[in-house]
Write a protein that binds this ligand. Structure first.
Ligand code: TXA
Ligand code: MG
Length: 338
């Protein structure tokens, strides 16, 4: 299949919407990562998403809407859900709600009595959904298990000849996937960390929120709450190793010529100049989250790189989501200074 390149302009969005209507797949931009779109009400189209990504069939998809009102067609919208939608949408929050029976096919929900909903902060994608007249399933547009795509080029790399079109709206700004909060249980439970934090959710809901992604929570490897969490994720083919910035000096001594380092600018300044392959994560957790997947993908494609060292950040705000993705990409491998 020839994959078509689309710009975020009305004429192109109309062509893309027509492809969605024809049951084809189109990758779309969001503020977090690029998504892989198909008509959420067309099971045959949704099946193609699993094939293109190589995604396990029991891992349910997000239903991506352009208007909060669309959610009520498929799910029971509680008062708390309405409050979160009003406050955080459009934005980086995915909300899990109990579905109305028989309104979404099992291929979307993985057979669960719940479904995930999100309204991304991207004009072109909102327009695409309106033109298509149906919500889109929207998993990240990467090959299953690989780092999520934060540029259209990343999507081309993984999806060329597998999908009908890609809408290029430039690099995404957040860089890590949305926060997933489960409102089908009480108290509300964070299943995936993202730009919307536990503290913000508690403040808006005026209730305690549990974060099961934190180390103190029940062993989610045994009882994964979000089905997707039991799979290896965000991982390049090459080994990724986390390091604490306090160990930068020791790391500098241990580096081989074939090692790459991704770190904040202040940390990179402590490494031997010219000797190492480096990728700047900028100055704080915001720029680091925006750059993480791009750097991992870049070095994964460099033939002369054998190992990728990546700086771990303080567990504050978006730093928590960043560390969570990095921990998974590295399989929890930490650099140990002797
Ligand atoms: O930022 C994002 O959320 C991106 C952009 C493209 O919107 N999308 C995304 O989708 O990350 P995906 O499919 O890669 O991740 C969705 C996560 C998976 O871990 C999945 O298991 C979980 O949400 N999920 C979906 N439906 C669920 C449900 N009913 N119950 C529990 N977890 C669910
Ligand atoms: Mg994904």
């Amino acid at each position: 299949m020839e994959t078509q390149a689309f710009k975020p302009e009305l004429a192109d969005l109309k062509k893309a919407a027509q492809l969605i209507d024809d049951g084809e797949l189109v990758a779309f931009p969001t503020e977090t990562v690029y998504g892989l779109g198909a008509d959420a009400t067309n099971p045959a189209a949704v099946k193609k998403v699993f094939e293109a990504k190589g995604r396990p069939a029991d891992n349910p998809l997000i239903v991506t809407v352009a208007d909060p009102k669309q959610v009520a067609d498929f799910a029971q919208v509680s008062a708390a859900a309405q409050v979160l939608m009003d406050h955080f949408w459009p934005g980086s929050l995915t909300i899990i709600l109990p579905t109305k029976p028989k309104h979404l096919d099992d291929v979307v929900t993985g057979g669960l009595p719940t479904a995930a909903f999100r309204l991304p902060d991207n004009q072109a994608t909102q327009e695409l959904i309106k033109l298509a007249g149906v919500p889109l399933v929207g998993p990240s547009a990467n090959t299953s298990g690989k780092p999520s795509p934060t540029t259209a080029a990343h999507v081309w790399h993984d999806m060329d000849h597998k999908i009908a079109g890609i809408i290029d709206d430039g690099p995404t700004t957040v860089g890590v996937e949305s926060t997933v909060v489960d409102l089908s249980v009480s108290p509300a439970t964070i299943l995936r960390t993202g730009a919307v934090t536990e503290e913000e959710l508690e403040q808006v809901l005026d209730e305690p929120v549990i974060d099961v992604t934190q180390p103190t929570a029940v062993d989610d490897a045994v009882h994964p709450k979000a089905p997707g969490m039991k799979y290896r994720h965000y991982a390049p083919d090459k080994p990724v190793v986390m390091f604490d910035p306090l160990d930068a000096g020791e790391l500098a001594k241990a580096l081989q010529g074939s090692d790459a380092v991704m770190a904040l600018d202040d940390t990179l300044a402590q490494l031997p100049a010219g000797q190492t392959k480096t990728w700047s994560l900028g100055k704080d957790y915001q720029s680091a989250s925006e750059q993480l997947f791009a750097g991992l993908r870049y070095f994964d494609d460099q033939g002369d790189v054998q190992r990728i060292y990546v700086e771990r950040l303080p567990e504050i705000g978006l730093g928590r989501a960043y560390n969570n993705r990095l921990a998974k990409a590295s399989g929890n491998q930490f650099f140990q200074a002797d």
